[in-house]
Design a protein around this ligand. Structure first.
Ligand SMILES: Cc1ncc(COP(=O)(O)O)c(C=O)c1O
Length: 477
């Protein structure tokens, strides 16, 4: 059956010239990607200009960027070319954003579809049909095993999605004005979320906004005791401020906090207390979305019927707050000029449905297989070089290890050395500090993970030698 093309937009999208242009563009990108198949060092001819650019950018933004990274604008899967001619193996993906790596044809096509759309951005008064498409996909996916998250409000950052969820929880549970959150959680960097985020450094000089009480996170070494203790602390806070808690803020796998995985029974025990006290259950899935055995981590932990609000971001490009009928905001509470760029809308749909269709989810889906392969590689290194790394930690598309003594300095040094050797990672946690990876789950292969492990091992050997030289020096003095 051929569909009748009534709309000018449909006729445009189906115009053979668009198809031909897409093919030309994709072929051109593919041709130029061909050389980007492994890591390579900077090109010395480009380094002077590149250094100048980095300096200028640092000055323009008022602070240097963490890595001397300025992408050239092309990549090939997990490989990315930088402006200095180097190629990096990107296993951190903008802290979880580039789930299909760099210059993926599916996302270039999404970009072309966006480029021939009428507006760059979508939001409040004017959204296109693809806003509805992504909202539908997200709510249907969220509700597929029993959740009642029928609604979805789109936004442009994880922090906005989180702010919106808190506003809905406060409004519904007014006059409750406190939040309970896990120790070491990270929720974002707005004035409100800087209070929820359990890191003093991130709120230096900021006014107090939300009052937050913390409960300890799950401890795998002591499941029952840690669960009972967290429940006791939750009850303690509730008894101390009766009727004052609007939300239980849950990061189901702690990301920034150090890649600590929670536990179903632990969450359920806390949620039971929250429900008894009319406290909204919010799952912050900005980092975990699409990285566990299910699209949502609340599904991975079997909390479908228990969550009231869920936020997503990063890999989805478009961020969102999903919520039940009970938490629907009153008119005026939530609105935004920008809910997302048109490219982000097209890309979000392609990424989420792509990962589902690609077999990333399930108990033995790709996310699990990739994790296992990376974990095996890291275990191999740890056996070969005792004392060099501990772990691995994390779940699915989140992988981390603790390097050497786990100090912040060593973790930072390792991340920088890995970068220089061609592998992109980042730090997580505090005590201990870890090195973490957020793999591009839509395109990463075992061979890329093997290359990452090879680079990690080389850097470990280098650092081991230097650390033992240093301790020998200390002993001599
Ligand atoms: C768990 C979690 N929540 C919220 C955020 C904030 O998201 P964004 O940086 O998009 O505002 C992040 C970002 O790292 C996160 O990991």
């Amino acid at each position: 059956m051929t569909t009748k093309l009534v709309l000018a937009a449909d006729k445009l999208r189906n115009d053979p010239r668009i198809e031909a242009a897409k093919k030309l563009l994709l072929d051109a990108v593919a041709e130029h990607q061909e050389t980007l198949v492994s890591v390579r060092p900077p090109n010395p001819e480009l380094s002077v200009d590149y250094e100048k650019l980095l300096e200028e950018f640092g000055s323009l933004r008022g602070a240097n960027i963490f890595f001397p990274y300025l992408g050239s604008g092309i990549g090939n899967g997990p490989f990315v070319e930088l402006g200095d001619g180097s190629v990096k193996l990107d296993m951190i993906t903008g802290i979880g954003v580039h789930g299909y790596g760099h210059s993926h044809p599916m996302l270039i096509e999404a970009g072309i579809n966006a480029a021939i759309s009428d507006t760059v951005m979508q939001g409040n008064l004017q959204q296109n049909t693809n806003s509805c498409d992504i909202a539908r996909l997200l709510t249907q996916t969220a509700c597929e095993s029993g959740a009642d998250l029928k609604h979805c409000f789109l936004s442009t950052s994880g922090a906005m999605a989180n702010e919106n969820s808190l506003k809905m929880a406060f409004q519904k549970n007014h006059p409750a004005n406190r939040v309970v959150a896990f120790s070491h959680c990270f929720a974002g960097r707005t004035l409100g979320l800087a209070q929820v985020t359990d890191k003093a450094k991130y709120r230096v000089g900021l006014p107090d906004t939300i009052s937050v009480d913390y409960i300890p996170f799950f401890n795998h070494e002591n499941p029952e005791r840690s669960t009972a203790y967290a429940v006791r602390r939750l009850k303690y806070h509730i008894a101390r401020f009766p009727g004052k808690h609007a939300a239980l803020w849950m990061e189901l796998v702690q990301g920034e906090g150090g890649y600590y995985e929670g536990d179903s029974n632990y969450f359920k025990a806390l949620i039971e207390v929250a429900k008894e006290n009319n406290i909204a259950v919010i799952a912050d899935e900005v980092q975990t979305f699409c990285r566990t055995t299910r699209p949502f981590a609340f599904q991975h932990f079997g909390l479908d019927k228990l969550v009231d609000l869920v936020t997503i971001g990063k890999i989805s490009q478009v961020c969102a707050t999903l919520f039940t009928d009970d938490y629907a905001p009153k008119p005026g509470l939530i609105s935004q000029t920008f809910t997302g760029s048109t490219w982000a809308m097209f890309a979000a749909h392609a990424i989420v449905s792509g990962l589902i269709e690609n077999g990333n989810f399930g108990e033995s889906g790709l996310n699990v297989q990739l994790h296992r392969h990376f974990a095996d590689g890291l275990k191999g290194i740890s056996e070969k070089h005792p004392g060099s790394i501990a772990g691995p930690y994390g779940v699915g598309g989140m992988v981390a290890f603790t390097p050497f003594d786990g100090s912040a300095e060593i973790a930072k040094e390792m991340v920088n050395r890995l970068y220089d050797a061609g592998l992109m990672s980042f730090m997580a946690g505090g005590e201990p500090s870890r090195v973490r990876f957020l793999m591009p789950l839509g395109c990463v292969k075992d061979s890329h993970i093997d290359l990452a492990c090879q680079i990690i091992e080389n850097v470990i050997v280098e650092m081991k030698d230097q650390l033992s030289d240093k301790s020998a020096e200390v002993a001599e003095n």
